[in-house]
Design a binder for this molecule. Structure first.
Ligand SMILES: *Cc1c(COP(=O)(O)O)cnc(C)c1O
Length: 391
């Protein structure tokens, strides 16, 4: 039936028809617990009443006008995002990759404003920043880049979680203008850097006059138990990019900046037709409302902790489990061997999970996950992993 779709995805043999909170129902009426949230997107779960009502109401009033005109909902959303992030200005777009494109363009303009003709951005091994030409160049995964050469110039790659490697670039490469890094690597396997890593990057950027740019597309909007992952370390970046959870499934991305970085884009230097239109802005405002009124950032922290402790209790002693790690509701269980078939086995048991970096079981349950649902997740996932490793 998918004959007319380009073969960009290997899809699982299931289609969902309806959702409610953490639950999904397929076309056969089978029920699933969604511990992946559409890859960290549906943080409020499915069919959230607040978002549904806001969307329906806005769809009946005004969907799109373009950025040729003022959009009050977009202005309100920008102000709300700046309040929770301590940033000053926002550019809205439609996806994560586009948010990173905006950040990359800001870094390059910033470089040129300082008379650097070939500005370079430091990026990390094992990172993921998207699938457009600039963001796949920034991505530290050969599989994402293969076949798309020539890649862009102006990126310098260093190992993740290695401040010395960044200092070495500072000492040798004078064209450097920015560091772009995920505070926790998501696609790369839920890699949590050492405490002090972001603080270290902040101080190198300050010394060198570089922009500190954080890709919070997966970590942002409460997922790690703070509004943004950088807030665990009390540092303030110059630029952050956000997307996934911002619209709970309505496509919207944002590039937030403060200080010099916030004033770099000018009329004519960047833009997008759809970005921040009334419909997506309204959806994102409803998302922020629901997170605040439901105290869901704190919930992400406590349920995330419960999941981590639960898995450590049930799996730490299991041969074949290499590491159990996480930040809030980003959980990774690394096995000693590739385990992609676990995704299908979980599906057969009514559970949606993901495997990334070949051997890391990745869980990204919604921020509305209850203690009881977390218990179910720990029980089911532990059982799956134990059975698999016993084979
Ligand atoms: C998902 C993701 C992206 C890309 O977002 P798209 O909306 O798919 O373009 C970029 N960076 C990170 C960290 C992500 O998790």
């Amino acid at each position: 039936m998918a004959d007319h779709l380009m073969s960009t995805y290997t899809r699982l043999p299931v289609q969902f028809e309806r959702g409610d909170g953490i639950w999904l129902w397929d076309t056969q009426g089978r029920q699933y617990l969604d511990a992946l949230s559409g890859i960290a997107v549906c943080a409020l779960g499915h069919a959230h009443p607040g978002v549904t009502q806001a969307l329906a109401e806005q769809a009946g009033r005004l969907v799109h006008t373009s950025n040729l005109y003022g959009i009050e909902l977009q202005e309100t959303l920008a102000a709300r995002l700046c309040t929770v992030s301590d940033m000053e200005r926002v550019f809205f777009c439609n996806s994560g990759a586009e948010a990173n494109e905006a950040a990359i363009k800001i870094a390059r303009l910033y470089g040129h404003s300082r008379d650097i003709t070939c500005p370079a951005i430091i990026v990390m091994e094992n990172s993921f920043h998207g699938r457009t030409m600039a963001t796949l160049t920034a991505t530290g995964n050969r599989k994402v880049q293969a076949g798309f050469e020539p890649l862009l110039r102006g990126f310098i790659r260093v190992p993740f979680n290695d401040l010395e490697a960044i200092r070495a670039i500072a000492a040798t490469k004078s064209d450097t203008v920015a560091v772009l890094v995920e505070p926790v690597q998501g696609e790369g396997g839920i890699k949590v850097p050492d405490r002090g890593y972001l603080e270290g990057i902040r101080s190198i950027c300050d010394e060198q006059g570089w922009l500190m740019m954080l890709d919070e597309i997966q970590t942002g909007i409460g997922r790690t138990g703070e509004w943004f992952a950088f807030q665990h370390e009390g540092v303030l970046p110059d630029v952050i990019t956000v997307a996934k959870a911002l619209g709970n499934g309505v496509p919207i991305g944002a590039c937030l900046a403060r200080g010099t970085a916030a004033g770099i884009l000018q009329p004519g230097s960047h833009g997008t037709t759809f970005g921040g239109n009334p419909l997506s802005s309204r959806a994102a405002l409803a998302v922020l409302d629901a997170i605040e009124s439901g105290n869901l950032v704190a919930n992400a922290r406590s349920v995330g902790q419960q999941l981590l402790e639960g898995f450590r209790t049930s799996l730490s002693a299991t041969a074949g489990v290499r590491d159990i790690r996480g930040a809030g509701l980003m959980i990774g269980i690394e096995l000693e061997r590739p385990c992609s078939e676990l995704v299908m086995r979980a599906l057969e048991r009514g559970l949606l999970i993901n495997v990334t970096a070949e051997r890391v079981v990745r869980l990204l349950p919604p921020l509305i996950t209850t203690d009881h649902q977390a218990e179910i997740i720990v029980e089911k996932v532990s059982e799956l992993i134990c059975e698999f490793l016993a084979e």
